[in-house]
Design a protein around this ligand. Structure first.
Ligand SMILES: [Zn+2]
Length: 158
């Protein structure tokens, strides 16, 4: 790491400690040339893919948007916030595990469906009716029937 004061190319790490439960590492550094000290932080960079929307437009993945769409489906449902956080975390892991630079929003939607199905059936049906663009009562009934089936019957696709 280059010294920000004298721009000497090498500095020494004099202290290193992790913080935030191990998610970041803070390093105190010293420049052997000018003697000044400074701090750097090291953290994991989560390489989330770009999202391709149904219309073809590309948009940056944001956790807030994902969370907002889940929160909307979960409105007034008895699901604790930490459960939603965990679900968001699992969706992000699955997105990263795809190892792709761009991912269709439908794919993200499918991951959301998987999580909501586990979290809350009502929220699942709310989200799914939008996702599958359900308009007719018969299609809605079909969705309900499918949602209430035992998990293993519909798990083959994921
Ligand atoms: Zn220096």
């Amino acid at each position: 790491m280059r010294c920000p004061f004298c721009h000497s190319p090498d500095t020494q790490v004099i202290d290193s400690r992790s913080s935030e439960e191990g998610w970041t590492i803070r390093r105190r550094r010293k420049c052997p040339k000018c003697g000044k000290r400074f701090t750097t932080y090291e953290r994991v960079e989560l390489a989330m893919p770009t999202i391709i929307k149904r219309g073809g437009a590309r948009t940056e993945y944001t956790r807030d948007k994902l969370r907002a769409s889940m929160t909307l489906a979960l409105r007034k449902r008895p699901v604790p916030r930490e459960k939603v956080d965990e679900a968001v975390g699992r969706i992000e892991q699955r997105l990263m595990a795809l190892g792709e630079r761009e991912v269709k929003s439908d794919r993200v939607g499918q991951f959301v469906l998987d999580e909501l199905r586990q979290l809350d059936k009502v929220a699942y049906i709310r989200f799914a009716s939008v996702y599958f663009n359900v308009e007719k009562p018969e299609a809605f009934a079909e969705l309900l029937r499918e949602a209430l089936e035992p998990r293993e019957k519909t798990d083959a696709a994921s």
